[in-house]
Design a protein around this ligand. Structure first.
Ligand SMILES: Nc1ncnc2c1ncn2[C@@H]1O[C@H](COP(=O)(O)OP(=O)(O)O)[C@@H](O)[C@H]1O
Ligand SMILES: [Mg+2]
Length: 252
């Protein structure tokens, strides 16, 4: 049974999370005891070298893969106790995910791709919100197209709009600026910042770009599956200071 939904509980709590993969008889420790607590409206960036466990952490939080041990609690609910059906419902309503694979449906228009999760959940689509988000992402003139006719960066922005439209309490984003040019990347960061400030959405964003992490309120540094440092953010224009702080944590 799941725990009651406690009003006072945080949107996201991760406690002593471990994840080991087993491949050809070899144990690969991807997460080695990660704990974090994220309040409403927080915007947290996670930086770390390639292979440090960033994607694994987001996948476990999204319930797409099970932890080996430890807990993920979303609004006080231990996700390991949820049935597949309840986990799917939780993902639709409370968690918006933007992963490295866009997973767009090629036979649907851009608009239908974006509204699919809301419609699958039996809710009415807020067209005003759809237009606001797509215009901020500069894809509002592409709503009738099929994803196959768009560039990689445009497809990425469609995937982002799809995650934002249902106004989930938590947004998990894995290198969301990876296929965007720097101006589109900064626009996306501005949009995420607006989501957290105006709608109290909680954002966990993985990136290796200091200029992206600088938009978050704080940056956590992951190394060998452990959180090894924290950089409070300051100022979105100060990517250089963040890069320097990151390097000194990684090299310590
Ligand atoms: N499905 C998997 N099977 C086996 N090993 C995996 C799998 N996914 C990730 N790993 C391993 O776990 C470690 C962390 O990977 P990942 O979370 O993708 O790192 P990052 O996103 O920081 O680059 C790496 O050593 C990676 O090879
Ligand atoms: Mg990754």
């Amino acid at each position: 049974m799941s725990q009651p939904n406690d009003q006072s509980s945080l949107p996201l709590v991760v406690e002593n999370l471990h994840k080991r993969f087993r491949q050809e008889g070899v144990d690969i420790p991807a997460l080695n005891g990660v704990s974090l607590a994220v309040p409403d409206g927080d915007f947290v960036a996670i930086m770390g070298p390639s292979g440090s466990g960033k994607s694994t952490l987001l996948h476990v939080i999204a319930g797409l893969t099970n932890a080996t041990s430890g807990q993920v609690r979303i609004h006080g609910m231990d996700i390991a106790t949820l049935s597949d059906r309840r986990m799917t419902a939780l993902r639709r309503r409370q968690i918006g995910v933007v992963f490295q694979a866009f997973n767009l449906i090629p036979t649907l228009s851009v608009q239908d791709n974006i509204t699919l999760p809301v419609q699958a959940d039996g809710r009415a689509c807020d067209l005003g919100r759809l237009l606001r988000i797509t215009s901020l992402l500069d894809i509002d003139d592409k709503l009738d197209r099929r994803p196959g006719k768009l560039s990689g960066g445009e497809q990425q922005r469609v995937a982002i709009a799809r995650a934002l439209l249902p106004a989930p309490a938590i947004i998990l984003a894995d290198e969301p600026t990876g296929s965007l040019d720097s101006e589109a990347g900064q626009n996306l960061c501005r949009l995420l910042r607006t989501c957290c400030e105006q709608e109290k959405q909680t954002i966990l964003l993985v990136t290796h770009e200091p200029s992206v992490a600088a938009w978050a309120r704080r940056t956590l540094v992951l190394k060998d599956g452990r959180l090894v440092g924290k950089i409070p953010s300051s100022d979105q224009n100060d990517a250089q200071a963040l890069a320097a702080a990151y390097q000194s944590i990684i090299q310590a």
